[in-house]
Design a protein around this ligand. Structure first.
Ligand code: PMP
Ligand code: GLN
Length: 399
């Protein structure tokens, strides 16, 4: 009897009962078993810079990081992270007390929520939300309160309604869990929106956990502004980022937290019992990656923008309504113009219909009916792969 003990008590505890296998695992397995082009799970199909790969090999060979690194992360990486925050955003952090290296942003999110949330606390998250948020809020015993980003079809984007956000705050709200650039919608919160979020956090004395893993993936005239830069925010914000997206090494799982010593110490209290430490030799390589010249970041962005435009054009020609992302490497589409309305069923049938895998946004919603018609495609793939996928979608759907 799967999932049951002999006493018929469910095996999986109640907090996790609503979470099955993550959609990323399900859809990547589907891509493998059908041989379809995988535009589902967000990982690049080419590795990051060769010199950074070589830096990891060198660290391994030189015996740096092959044994447990220090709990907060190797000093070289912590210094590189603070230098990056200073250089890009003018944010000053102490590498000894205000930085924590984690096993990807995923562990940082888990540790932050486990550290800061008491059972019964409300956590406001932007819906659609990255799937680990819901699971980690649940593991911490918190109650998630989604605030929905609304589709603005006329503008081709999803936007936060600040009044809805304000209305969602109650006396039980402990923290705001923000994500910008936003996965899966591609929305980049504007300076004005972020200022309003900051004012609200200060006024209601809320903690903020901000997931900024796509900080370097913003396009056109969009600008990434870290929440921690706004007045009153440095002391209440746990900022999270990761090397996976920026340097195209998602398997290395090197992420980090920056914040005041008090906040970082709290997050470390949880993190030390999750992995304790991870990714020793890769930490040295990521330290080098963070010091790459501005030209690396500019070229990376330009390359991804071209890929976005290629896939967005293909999806439009196939008949999807496309929400052109201002950031991240995902495109959210509306499938209703194709005469479809159930994104989950659509994604499950897509490999058979045309040999492409995508992600149904409904899994990132509490309001499933709101999310039902949206489907996400990743464009962090080689140009020829994207062109092939676009052609398959056009053949299957354009008339
Ligand atoms: N946050 C968001 C918004 C993501 O899209 C992802 C997946 N890349 C993560 C966190 C997890 O990052 P990592 O792979 O560094 O754990
Ligand atoms: N962040 C990646 C995405 O949104 C997936 C990471 C994962 O598989 N957990 O596609």
């Amino acid at each position: 009897m799967t999932g049951m003990t002999s006493s018929a008590r469910p095996l999986l505890n109640r907090r996790l009962a609503e979470f099955g296998t993550t959609i990323f695992a399900e859809m990547s397995a589907l891509a493998l078993s059908t041989g379809a082009i995988n535009l589902g799970q967000g990982f690049p199909d080419t590795d990051g810079p060769e010199e950074i790969r070589e830096a990891a090999v060198r660290a391994l060979r030189d015996g740096r990081g092959n044994q447990y690194p220090p709990g907060p992360g190797v000093p070289e990486l912590r210094t590189a992270i603070t230098a990056h925050q200073q250089r890009r955003y003018g944010l000053g952090y102490d590498p000894d007390t205000e930085v924590l290296v984690t096993a990807g942003a995923t562990e940082a999110i888990a540790a932050a929520l486990l550290a800061l949330v008491e059972p019964g606390d409300e956590v406001i998250a932007l819906e659609p939300y990255y799937d680990s948020y819901a699971a980690c809020i649940a593991m911490a015993g918190g109650r998630r309160v989604p605030v929905t980003l609304r589709a603005h079809e006329d503008e081709g984007c999803f936007r936060l309604d600040l009044d809805e956000l304000r209305d969602a705050v109650t006396d039980r709200t402990r923290l705001l869990l923000i994500n910008t650039p936003h996965n899966p919608t591609g929305t980049v919160l504007t300076r004005e929106e972020l200022a309003a979020i900051a004012e609200l956090a200060v006024e209601r004395d809320l903690l903020v956990v901000t997931d900024e893993v796509y900080e370097h993936l913003v396009f056109d005239d969009a600008e990434h502004v870290p929440l921690a830069t706004f007045p009153g925010m440095r002391e209440r914000t746990v900022s999270i980022s990761s090397s996976g997206k920026t340097f195209s090494f998602t398997g290395w799982k090197v992420g980090w937290v920056t914040g005041t010593a008090e906040l970082v110490t709290a997050v470390r209290s949880a993190k030390q019992f999750l992995t304790y430490v991870a990714s020793g030799p890769f930490q040295y390589a990521v330290a080098e990656a963070l010091r790459l010249p501005d030209s690396y970041f500019e070229e990376f962005r330009a390359d991804m923008r071209a890929k976005r435009d290629l896939l967005a054009g293909g999806l439009e020609q196939a008949g999807f309504r496309v929400f052109r992302p201002a950031g991240t490497y995902f495109i959210t589409t509306d499938i209703r113009p194709l005469g479809e309305s159930d994104g989950l069923a659509f994604c499950r049938s897509l490999p058979e219909r045309c040999g492409v895998v995508a992600i149904p946004n409904a899994v990132f919603y509490d309001h499933k009916e709101t999310g039902a018609p949206y489907v996400r495609f990743a464009f962090c793939k080689r140009i020829e792969v994207l062109a092939n996928a676009a052609e398959r979608l056009r053949k299957a759907f354009a008339h």
